[in-house]
Design a protein. Structure first.
Length: 559
């Protein structure tokens, strides 16, 4: 009874006002990110702060670093400043949104979202109510109540049944995220966004739940990207300098032993988390950005934590906890040679054999090297009245054993793959995805995007996407190299050398599509997306082309 009374009291108090906090975190769908990136490119700077989400303090510092020399730049800076709100003392805030979405596609045997780069509006929650509290630059707290459906790629685990793929969201030609008119399962596992953030000057400590992302790649970052519906995380950030920022991010997941065959009434055991450190540096008036990302996926079935894993200055952790963790590091470089254009590069290395260690293909006990490469360019061309053309071209290569730690045939627990855990009825549902590049290892992918943004009326973008993918994916298991074996598969692979049963042909996907948003009023917008997707050798089985055409329509009403 006391807990019920306290909960009702908090809801009543938090609903009494409308404001925002300097530590309020902008959701990754907020237009502040696209608008800030356009401002920086127009003014001849590399893309802005790569650790997301941003707080209002971060946005304020980013604006202070830019003194626009163009009319469009001044309009964009004024637009971004309008997203900031200042307040004093303890101030509650409240917001609500409704986003009904309808979707239709022509091939009900084809789940196109797994083979293309598109905006799947069906994953938007139907409704969300946000309650929060802030105190100047020192405290912010937020919790949302959302209502929607399980994601289309949810994996259902029964108490005794094997893993079953749940894809009924695409089994009908028509779909919707509105409760009771779709065949999807209603999910009320809220909140998907909740946090408490404490700040002192340029430092911020946050513990909560929400979406996170690093880097400025369009298809995804090599270390951690916006792939999961949410992370249960804590972070420590420093963003007080225009030339240097740092973030430590820890994201916690259920140990794999808690998924198969366990329900909500059984105890959670084991420890599994992502730990990453991001050092971002800027030179030459922010024209050049250099970033070092260092991270591990750590696990212990007994719940043991090695404190050495927390040290941010041990590069790849010297592999001294190789049995508990997969170490992964990357270097990001971005340079703006002229106004309106920047070029960028990422290089990542996973489980690299150092000198004097067993070498792949030569020594017994060696493990498989993994690495990835991303290269691209982005441009923004200003028009009149703050409007602008934008676009980018990007290509990605991930080697077959990227994100895979070899460990005596049980390496799946050490992959850069993890999950959000839900409970629906008597089953456990998990959204299992890569934490980084969304298509994972063994892939070659490329995308070209082009669009136009009228900052007051609409945003329209089109894209062309291509991917070649081999047989090694998030379900693959690697093992140690044997003595004398020369196993250097190339991307895309046709056989997993550690699993003779995992073989086939490369899968090729091509998609072309467009999506847009019309801003009818500050509180009302309409979204639409149309995508055509073609896949040859789907699921790495020699087969002719399968195709799908999907149209999504939705609107958002927010307060």
């Amino acid at each position: 009874m006391r807990r019920l009374f306290l909960s009702v009291f908090i809801v009543i108090v938090l609903s009494c006002g409308i404001s925002a906090s300097s530590l309020y975190l902008f959701d990754l769908d907020h237009p502040v990110y696209e608008t800030m990136e356009a401002l920086y490119l127009i003014e001849g700077k590399a893309a802005p702060l790569g650790s997301k989400p941003w707080s209002e303090t971060d946005v304020r510092h980013l604006l202070e670093a830019v003194q626009p020399q163009s009319g469009t730049g001044r309009v964009l800076k004024e637009k971004i400043a309008g997203y900031l709100n200042e307040s004093e003392g303890f101030t509650p805030f409240f917001s609500a949104s409704f986003t009904p979405v309808f979707s239709v596609h022509v091939n009900n045997a084809y789940s196109s979202s797994f083979h293309s780069y598109d905006r799947d509006l069906l994953n938007e929650p139907f409704s969300s109510v946000v309650l929060g509290l802030e105190h100047g630059d020192n405290i912010a707290a937020l919790m949302d109540f959302s209502l929607g459906f399980d994601f289309a790629d949810a994996n259902q685990y029964g108490y005794t049944e094997r893993l079953d793929q749940y894809t009924s969201r695409y089994s009908d030609i028509f779909g919707s995220n509105i409760p009771y008119i779709s065949d999807g399962r209603l999910s009320m596992n809220f909140p998907d966004r909740a946090y408490v953030s404490l700040g002192w000057d340029a430092m911020r400590f946050t513990i909560g739940r929400g979406r996170v992302s690093w880097g400025n790649g369009v298809l995804g970052n090599m270390i951690i990207g916006d792939t999961l519906p949410y992370h249960d995380y804590l972070s420590l950030s420093y963003t007080g300098s225009q030339n240097f920022s740092y973030q430590m991010l820890m994201s916690f997941f259920s140990h794999s032993a808690n998924l198969q065959g366990r329900g909500d009434r059984e105890p959670q055991t084991g420890l599994r988390f992502f730990l990453g450190h991001r050092f971002e540096m800027r030179f030459f008036d922010s024209r050049l950005m250099l970033t070092l990302n260092e991270s591990i996926m750590y696990q212990s079935e007994e719940g043991y934590l090695d404190p050495r894993a927390l040290n941010p200055l041990i590069f790849m952790h010297n592999f001294f906890i190789a049995g508990n963790a997969n170490s992964l590091a990357s270097l990001e470089v971005e340079y703006a040679p002229i106004r309106n254009l920047s070029i960028y590069l990422q290089f990542a290395v996973d489980d690299l054999a150092m000198p004097n260690e067993p070498q792949p293909g030569k020594d017994k006990g060696a493990s498989s090297d993994g690495w990835g490469l991303m290269a691209g360019l982005r441009f923004t061309i200003p028009m009149e009245n703050g409007d602008y053309l934008f676009g980018n071209a990007e290509a990605v290569y991930t080697s077959p054993f990227m994100y895979h730690r070899a460990l005596d045939g049980v390496s799946r627990d050490l992959y850069y793959v993890s999950s959000n855990r839900y409970v629906v009825g008597n089953t456990v549902t998990a959204i299992a995805r890569y934490l980084s590049f969304p298509f994972g290892s063994d892939a070659i992918a490329a995308i070209f995007r082009f669009g136009y943004d009228d900052i007051d009326l609409f945003r329209l973008a089109g894209n062309i996407f291509f991917m070649a993918h081999g047989v090694i994916d998030e379900k693959s298991v690697t093992d140690y190299y044997g003595e004398g074996k020369h196993l250097y598969p190339i991307t895309p692979s046709t056989q997993n050398p550690f699993n003779p049963n995992e073989s086939g042909v490369p899968e090729y996907s091509f998609s072309i599509g467009a999506d847009g948003t019309v801003r009818i009023a500050p509180f009302f917008s309409v979204d639409a997306g149309l995508y055509a997707t073609f896949t040859w050798n789907m699921d790495n089985v020699d087969s002719p082309c399968q195709a799908d055409l999907r149209l999504s329509l939705g609107c958002t009403l927010e307060y």
